[in-house]
Design a protein around this ligand. Structure first.
Ligand code: 6MZ
Ligand code: ZN
Length: 338
């Protein structure tokens, strides 16, 4: 099964750029861009992927600071983007939607950040034969004005790069900021045909969950704490839940893998996609996530193929791109015994 899953052409719809650098790539990045590394640095890398049992979501967010230091320069960000795309391609991911929060610092403006990632995507996608889209992220822990700037940049960049910038991601620590405050910025993005992928119900916040569902979205990130009626509503609207198994377990938002809502979604034949979230931080790959699903819930090869096809269906890609991806998946599976 593992071999089959590794070779299966896969589609990744929920991946944060700075969370998707695995420790080998972090070492490579640090060496190439910043010079040889010390023993202390190796210890930091080990700590990066270490989770104590019972870790809380807040602890995950502290981990990103380590990578953010390495991607704070143009050169670091450029190389990190290439490495992340390379690693997805290595795992036979044929299409990835990367999301990232444009950051301003002494080296770069938010505009320069976005331009750097865009340019790196353009060179890497040809090098590694993988389709790459980009969703600029709004970090809910930052001020509204920053969100407005990011939406304005996304609209502007989407007009020149419509085949890459396809939507907006709403993320960040769910214990910070209020969704309601970001609604005007998100409405503006929607008005300009950008798709919305919202982290929704990652923590138990019934009022906010209701506001988000009423507001609408194209895809729902995590959906861990949705109620029965929330699940039903998303199913009626054909809004998939981006299920990130390892992320939910390691960050403690789902008690154990056996009770993950993927099972419920499969049984209800509700829309869902399997994703990694932060393959670096959570030390996983999309293949690992599929394998975990097969081991835990007994998914068959056919069900894994169906899940991949579902991801194609819900990708923010064109009809032609979707058709090509389906053909690629079909041609692989035709060569495999089911
Ligand atoms: C674990 N579940 C999660 N829930 C919410 N937001 C998350 C997240 N995982 C990552 N991020 C968001 O993505 C950023 C890292 O990538 P970028 O610097 O944007 O490329 C994090 O700082 C956080 O804002
Ligand atoms: Zn996420």
């Amino acid at each position: 099964m593992l071999k089959f899953l590794r070779g299966l052409p896969k589609v990744e719809l929920h991946a944060h750029l700075n969370g998707s650098l695995n420790t080998d790539s972090i070492r490579e990045l640090a060496e190439k861009v910043y010079g040889a590394q010390t023993a202390d640095f190796s210890t930091l890398c080990e700590q990066f992927v270490k989770f104590e049992k019972g870790a809380k979501l807040d602890e995950c967010f502290e981990k990103f600071g380590f990578v953010h230091k390495l991607t704070a320069t143009k050169q670091g960000l450029e190389y990190a983007t290439e490495l992340v795309i390379r690693d997805f391609a290595k795992d036979h991911v044929i299409y990835v939607e990367l999301r990232t929060t444009p950051k301003a610092n002494e080296h770069m403006s938010r505009r320069a950040y976005l331009q750097t990632v865009l340019d790196a995507i353009k060179s890497a996608r040809d090098l590694y034969e993988i389709r790459v889209k980009l969703l600029p992220s709004i970090n809910r822990g930052e001020p509204i004005e920053v969100a407005e700037e990011i939406v304005a940049l996304a609209i502007e960049f989407a007009s020149t790069e419509p085949d890459i910038i396809v939507g907006i991601d709403f993320s960040g620590n769910p214990n910070q900021g209020k969704f309601k405050d970001f609604m005007p910025a998100l409405s503006e993005a929607k008005k300009h045909d950008l798709k919305l992928a919202l982290h929704c119900a990652e923590v138990d916040n019934p009022l906010e969950i209701r506001e988000m569902i009423k507001f609408g979205m194209s895809r729902c990130g995590h959906g861990t704490y949705l109620t029965e009626s929330g699940y039903e509503h998303l199913k009626e609207e054909n809004i998939p839940i981006e299920c990130c198994l390892t992320s939910n377990i390691k960050s403690g938002t789902v008690a154990n893998i056996g009770v993950h809502h993927l099972k419920q979604l499969m049984e209800a034949d509700a829309p869902k996609v399997l994703c990694t979230d932060d393959s670096g931080v959570f030390d996983t790959t999309l293949t690992d996530e599929f394998f975990l699903a097969t081991e835990t819930f007994g998914l068959t090869r056919s069900q894994c193929i169906a899940l991949t096809m579902e991801a194609v269906e819900h990708a923010f890609a064109t009809r032609e791109e979707k058709l090509l991806m389906k053909m690629q998946i079909y041609s692989y599976t035709r060569r495999q015994p089911l």
